[in-house]
Design a protein around this ligand. Structure first.
Ligand SMILES: [Zn+2]
Length: 132
């Protein structure tokens, strides 16, 4: 069974395109200067439409996590066990991702992480995080 991959839409296409280039980006409001994630049409802080995709530092901390021991589908069975985490990036937003390149039992809340990329298809890289 093939692993499911993201299907970009108008709101998320810039995020996935940047990830395929090895760049970690998020929407930033040019009116108030704040970042947000997930992508949306208006700034959630000031309701401005003046948003732009900007490169992030890639630095963050683990806000919460779980270790998955039972695959949600056969496509993920080969990856067990793996970490699903909420990462708070230095710019402020939190996103769900994975923590890779370390033993799952070493992951902790507050752990410093940095963005990395994992190729899951010829035309798809996922932003993930690894210990900083
Ligand atoms: Zn704003």
């Amino acid at each position: 069974m093939e692993r499911p991959v993201p299907v970009p839409d108008a709101a998320t296409a810039p995020y996935w395109a940047a990830a395929n280039e090895g760049r970690f980006v998020m929407p930033r409001c040019t009116q108030c200067g704040r970042w947000h994630f997930y992508p949306r049409a208006l700034c959630p802080h000031c309701s401005s439409e003046k948003l732009e995709w900007s490169d992030c530092s890639g630095r963050g901390t683990v806000y919460s996590y779980t270790v998955v021991h039972r695959a949600p589908s056969p496509a993920f069975a080969a990856e067990l066990p793996y970490v699903v985490a909420i990462v708070e990036v230095e710019e402020g937003p939190r996103l769900m991702s994975s923590v890779v390149n370390c033993a799952p039992e070493t992951v902790r809340i507050g752990m410093k992480v940095r963005a990395a990329f994992r190729r899951v298809a010829d035309d798809t890289q996922l932003p993930v995080f690894e210990p900083a």
